[in-house]
Design a protein around this ligand. Structure first.
Ligand code: CUA
Length: 316
């Protein structure tokens, strides 16, 4: 008994769909999703993987099948039948990609809006008093247009986040400061489940704050403040990676971000505050005139997680 081709098409379609749906959830291509935003982005990524795999398997499957099924038989030197045009087929293969592309556009727009993508560009230009003297040559940054688009966002961008951290990028390190506790550190600690707002700026050139586990990336621009909001969800040590080529040591510009419980976070803040007081006392006790810049900065740079090799690069 011969199985009709329509049944075969249906069966292959079902198997193909199941394979794509399974792989879309189990591709394992991304690192841990450690924030609420990461889960939103992963939903979009998984949907795109599902669709892409379906298109890939369909196109490659038909290509390989026809290459074998319709290859030239021995002794066949004739031309193939002249087939030209098939309006229903052409409409079909125009409509399907159109629907897919529009669907992905709407979905990605939705995710971008939800993670505050339309807020983060609303960074304001700093007043002159906020500008660091290092930035005298960076007037070009002030000419960038402001693309504030807060009105469209769902969340209330004016509502302050539960924790605010200021991050400054400089060749080649990140420096984080906690305005609430007047603490400065080379390590970024954030408590689980609380919304964090990072205000970003740069001292010298453009850097970019990127945490792959959060699926978030934002430029740090001299003379401007940009923002990033996220809610960390999974405890662990991750890396803040500079994602903008900022000089010869761009590749080593990394900082640790620690996602931890509220109790551990509070403990860390206290420890850092005590430690910074001690360093201050030591600094007062030693006469800085007798020390080389490296020696003088060592206690600070160690705490801030800056390697001494980087200090050598900085001209003092
Ligand atoms: Cu900073 Cu690359």
């Amino acid at each position: 008994m011969k199985i009709p081709s329509s049944i075969w098409t249906l069966l292959i379609g079902i198997v193909l769909t199941l394979v794509c749906l399974w792989y879309g959830q189990n591709h394992g291509l991304l690192p841990t999703a450690a924030s609420d935003e990461a889960n939103l982005v992963d939903g979009l990524f998984n949907a795109m993987i599902t669709v892409s795999l379906g298109v890939f398997l369909l196109v490659e499957g038909i290509l390989i099948y026809t290459a074998f099924r319709y290859k030239r038989r021995a002794g066949d030197n004739g031309d193939g039948p002249p087939i030209e045009g098939n309006v229903p087929l052409e409409i079909l293969w125009t409509i399907i990609p159109t629907v897919i592309v529009i669907g992905i556009s709407v979905y990605s727009f939705e995710v971008y809006n939800e993670i505050g993508g339309f807020d983060v560009h609303g960074g304001h230009q700093m007043s002159m008093s906020q500008k660091s003297p290092l930035m005298s040559g960076t007037a070009i940054a002030a000419t960038l247009p402001d693309t504030v688009n807060n009105a469209k966002s769902k969340g209330n961008p004016q509502k302050p986040a539960e924790l605010v951290v200021n991050a400054t990028g400089l060749q080649y390190a990140w420096i984080f400061s906690y305005p609430d506790s007047e603490l400065t550190s080379g390590e970024l600690h954030v408590p689980i489940g609380r919304e964090v707002q990072v205000n970003l700026t740069a001292n010298d050139v453009i850097h970019a704050f990127w945490v792959p586990e959060f699926r978030l990336k934002q430029d740090a621009i001299p003379g401007r403040e940009t923002r990033l909001r996220f809610t960390p969800r999974v405890a662990g040590d991750y890396s803040v990676i500079c994602a903008e080529l900022c000089g010869p040591y761009h590749g080593v510009m990394k900082a640790t971000i620690v996602v931890e419980s509220q109790a551990n976070f509070d403990k860390w803040i206290q420890e850092q505050l005590i430690a910074s007081k001690q360093t201050l006392n030591q600094a007062v006790a030693a006469n800085p005139a007798n020390l080389s810049p490296d020696e003088f900065l060592a206690p600070y740079t160690q705490k801030m997680g800056i390697q001494s090799a980087i200090i050598h690069q900085v001209h003092m």
